[in-house]
Design a protein around this ligand. Structure first.
Ligand code: GTP
Ligand code: MG
Length: 393
């Protein structure tokens, strides 16, 4: 049985394989399966196909790349999540799909995402959850089948503000449906200000527990940490700054994934950092920029790993990916300074990998991004340890 290389890209469109004998594999959909299974299916075929060939030719490889391109989806849930995704969309993020999900038709209409989904039409009639996470979760359950069909990317980034009804109640169910499709789920969520009251904080904790169950990595950003950095700012300004932090974090990881394979970092490296291994999902991200004098490089490298918004316990880092971006003049000695400074801030046996990315838009500015595995946010730890199955009320 031989397989014709040229038909791979056709297959992604036709969603079926053609063999030279004319036989077909029915219901075989390459574009709707996770990357590992796509690769396995292709390599099985290749084994058949290459029984007469030793080398793989470029036509075959180029077609293969199209099939294996990593699919990412950024999903904003509820008002705060929709704001973050709208901002990402406005910044013109390329190479990813965006999806906003809400129970509130008004918020959803005025948001900006490539795709939108109004959940819980029976539960909420498009008027929101009324601050009730139980309604938010029922709304998502009502549309679980639709969610499952849509959430078919290799990596799903979820973002929401915890403490309200929709984000808190629906995000865990959205994460669950993505996990059913074997997606890697990376959640970014804000924890409400203390001043928003205990009830909101308790709701956020329950939501975080449920979200943690279905997330590979989770990056909770406590709004109060922001308040410590800009204490005099009005709450609305704080929300705007928080939106910007979330947007920048998601944008950098998506860009890193799109650039995978260029210089030293590939998807397998990113996956090792983001995929879950223990009882608690961990997560660390830090992004800083420097103009490149030695003192500032050291300061900004430390700031990236000790991100003051997350306050991670860097002693818990067991794996770390450092991505350095600048224009083509980026020097190896500057990259080395950044990598060695960050290495000194984490345990000696932590596995560290770095990569460089040429971005002419940065000019001589150097952008440092650190992605870490290991540090578990105290919020996540305490939420996961909270009594089991406390229902939303
Ligand atoms: N970053 C950011 N956070 C926000 C914003 N608005 C609210 N929040 C935070 O997110 C939490 C949830 O608020 P929303 O996202 O508006 O709530 P929701 O998920 O839409 O839930 P309901 O409207 O109650 O159905 C709040 O308690 C705030 O802490 C915003 O514009 N940006
Ligand atoms: Mg809302």
């Amino acid at each position: 049985m031989y397989y014709d290389y040229k038909t791979i890209s056709e297959m992604t469109n036709l969603k079926e394989f053609r063999f030279n004998e004319g036989s077909q594999l029915p219901n075989f959909s390459l574009s709707e399966t996770a990357i590992t299974s796509r690769f396995k299916q292709l390599s099985n075929l290749q084994r058949n196909a290459t029984s007469n060939h030793i080398y793989d030719n470029d036509d075959y490889l180029s077609d293969l790349l199209k099939v294996l391109k990593i699919k990412t989806l950024v999903v904003g849930v509820g008002g705060a999540g929709n704001n973050t995704v709208s901002r990402l969309q406005e910044m013109g993020l390329v190479g990813t799909e965006t999806l906003n999900i809400n129970t509130d038709a008004h918020d959803l209409y005025y948001s900006n995402a490539k795709k939108k989904l109004l959940i819980g039409k029976d539960q909420c009639n498009g008027t929101g959850s009324g601050n009730n996470p139980l309604i938010g979760s029922k709304a998502a359950e009502e549309d679980a089948d639709r969610l499952n069909k849509i959430l078919n990317a290799d990596v799903v980034f979820l973002t929401c503000g915890l403490g309200g009804g929709t984000g808190t109640g629906a995000a865990p169910i959205i994460a669950r449906e993505a996990k059913k499709n074997n997606s890697l789920v990376v959640s970014f969520c804000s924890i409400p200000f203390r001043s928003e009251g205990n009830q909101r904080r308790l709701r956020a904790k329950l939501g975080l527990k449920k979200l943690a169950k279905y997330s590979d990595s989770i990056i909770p950003i406590p709004n109060d940490n922001l308040l410590q950095l800009i204490p005099k700012a009005p709450i609305l300004t704080c929300f705007k700054v928080m939106d910007e932090v979330l947007v920048r974090s998601i944008r950098e990881i998506v860009t890193l994934m799109n650039n995978c394979g260029l210089i030293n970092i590939d998807f397998a490296d990113v996956k090792k950092i983001l995929e879950r291994t223990g009882n608690y999902p961990s997560g660390l991200i830090g992004i800083t920029e420097t103009l490149g004098n030695e003192h500032d490089i050291i300061h900004k490298s430390k700031l990236a790993i000790h991100n003051p918004l997350l306050k991670p316990n860097t002693n818990e880092v067991d794996r770390c990916l450092i991505s350095v971006s600048s224009n083509h003049k980026l020097s190896l000695s500057n990259v080395d300074k950044i990598v060695s400074t960050i290495s000194n801030e984490v345990p000696q046996n932590a596995k560290i990998k770095f990569g460089a990315n040429m971005d002419p838009n940065l000019d001589t500015k150097i952008r440092i991004m650190v992605l870490g595995k290991g540090p578990i946010s105290p919020y996540v730890r305490s939420a996961v340890n909270a009594a089991d199955d406390i229902p939303f009320q």
